[in-house]
Design a protein around this ligand. Sequence first.
Ligand SMILES: O=C[C@H](O)[C@H](O)[C@H](O)COP(=O)(O)O
Length: 230
Amino acid sequence: MHAPDLEALKKEAAIRAVALVGSGMRVGLGTGSTAKYAIEEIGRRLAAGELSGVTGVATSEASDALARQVGIPVEALDPRPLDIAIDGADEIDPALNLIKGLGGALLREKLTEVQARQLVIIADHTKLVTRIGEKAPLPIEIALFGFLSTIERLRAVLPAGRLRQNGAQPYVTDNGNLIFDAQIPEGHDIHALERQLKGTLGVIDTGLFLGMAQVAFVAAPDGVQELRPQ
Ligand SMILES: O=C[C@H](O)[C@H](O)[C@H](O)COP(=O)(O)O
């Protein structure tokens, strides 16, 4: 049997989500290899005249550049609500709690998507888990200043983890911060963990997106499932 073509699955999920975008909407544009297909599909529909008056708020420099390239007008985030945001995820549990940020965009994603009337997640089936932390590390964005001290404080909460590298250098986010990728052992209450991490000096935000997504389109070789929080 052939291995499923994950790129084709990501694109199928993205097309399902973009069907929810209507003319005149302000759309949160996610980041990553799946969100890329959603941005391209919005651009395609605008160019084909199937949509008009759509504006995007980008969650990374990369998505900003791609959106402009495909003809989506991009606006800065301001306090107005977004009609919809469409983004990928690294893990999705049955309650649609998420890990995000393996692509490094977690802070701008959370700032943007918390303002969306509807957060729509798109993914291939490999992102489904029964427990958050089952497969992916949790990205935690931390301040550059004093990062070794912050990491020591983080290790007291989540001992297994490493500073994300970009070759020989630490990986730097669009916001000039660093990322500590931590393993979440079994048995953690993820809501309590989020509070504890957010209360740790030097932590800017975490890749835990809890209770934020209303729907997920998850593509598998036998079709796209529409999931709601259970
Ligand atoms: O920082 C990156 C984002 O949170 C992405 O949405 C997430 O990493 C999923 O990316 P991909 O669709 O490339 O697997």
